[in-house]
Design a protein around this ligand. Structure first.
Ligand code: PMP
Length: 350
């Protein structure tokens, strides 16, 4: 029997999410360059020693939701937890759009489109202008005309790094007759959030992750905040027990220690602004404004630049595509030393 007879067409047509493992300074996945502090790891391990691993994580999630909800000034019922916000993107689409329509900005984070396609949806791509901005009223008019079930907006956007302002976001949430997912993966670096609006708008879903500012990409934890009725329905689309006791112990511990996140974030933001300024002085590249922990830039022959920088031991992300992101590369902000290595490799490559 051929593969076409065994596997759905939407799956066969979808590209795989591949990332090559290269050796070098890793500035290609917007991770934190620092691990979580060792004393917190010790605290987590001590908690895990007290926890029975043979039991399913039944009682672990409710207190954790209470704790996080209190910090966010929301109710526990507003929150859904998963092993990464990618998983929540899938659950949201599964809950509201199968063989239907979803809408994304173009360019944006690829997983919305990928998961949308896997579930048989048509993807409406709303093209951003050359500064990755859009006309608010035109976007709302497109939503009204096309009637997608869900609109995804990453804010700051990825891989572009720009931030859409709160007036813009409020108009979109108020006027779009669909679910609006605001993906705040990079929120700690921008300081701009709409999370408190979930008490007001029942079509708003805010996505967050612990993979970036919280330095826990390897642990896998993300959450969403939404109207309680919406949250309940989306939770049904997750598999039972997707948060392990190990993850719960990590999250529980780091929530008591926001200071390391604040320190890391403020160091990254300072370094980001320094790197951007230095990059602006390099002839032949265009640097885009960013409020995230990465910088997008454009240069002639970006593939050669990518390879030359790699030969100098620094791994970038080639995010280019011929239509909306021609000749662009993305660099994550690392430690001061890593960023200096990147800057000198880039100068040499150019
Ligand atoms: N949203 C955006 C905008 C991202 O850039 C990422 C990570 N690349 C995610 C979501 C997924 O994060 P997680 O590690 O929580 O699955």
């Amino acid at each position: 029997m051929s593969i076409e007879k065994k596997i759905r067409k939407a799956v066969l047509d979808a590209p795989a999410y591949h990332l090559k493992t290269e050796e070098g300074i890793k500035l290609n996945q917007n991770e934190s360059p620092w691990d979580i502090p060792v004393h917190l790891k010790t605290e987590i391990i001590e908690k895990l020693l007290q926890t029975p691993w043979n039991r399913y994580p039944l009682g672990d999630i409710v207190p954790l939701k209470k704790k996080l909800a209190k910090l966010l000034n929301l109710w526990p019922d507003n929150l859904v937890f998963a092993n990464g916000s990618n998983v929540l993107i899938q659950a949201i689409i599964m809950a509201c759009a199968v063989n239907d329509k979803i809408m994304v900005l173009d360019p944006t984070f690829s997983v919305y489109e990928l998961q949308g396609q896997l579930l048989g949806n048509t993807i409406i791509k709303y093209p951003l202008d050359e500064n990755f901005e859009f006309d608010r009223d035109a976007l709302i008019a497109t939503v009204k005309k096309q009637k997608p079930k869900v609109l995804f907006i990453a804010n700051p956007n990825a891989p572009t790094g720009n931030l859409y302002n709160l007036n813009m976001m409020r108009a979109i949430v108020e006027e779009c007759p669909c679910l609006v997912v605001v993906d705040e993966a990079y929120y700690p670096f921008s300081g701009t959030t709409v999370i408190n609006w979930v008490r007001q708008y029942d079509n708003l879903i805010v996505l967050r992750t612990f993979s970036k500012a919280f330095a826990m990409g390897g642990v896998r934890f993300g959450y969403l905040a939404a109207d309680a009725d919406i949250a309940t329905q989306i939770e049904k689309c997750l598999l039972p027990f997707c948060i392990s006791k190990l993850t719960a112990a990590c999250v529980d511990t780091v929530l008591d220690h926001p200071e390391y996140v604040e320190n890391y974030t403020s160091d990254i933001c300072k370094e980001r602004d320094r790197v951007v300024e230095e990059m602006k002085n390099i002839p032949g590249i265009t640097v885009y404004p960013t409020k995230a922990n990465f910088v997008l830039f454009k240069c002639e022959d970006s593939q050669t630049v990518f390879r030359r920088v790699l030969n100098e031991g620094v791994i970038l992300r080639d995010v280019s595509n011929p239509t909306t992101l021609a000749k662009t590369l993305r660099v994550s902000i690392g430690t001061k030393e890593e960023n200096n290595a990147f800057l000198s490799a880039l100068k040499k490559a150019i």
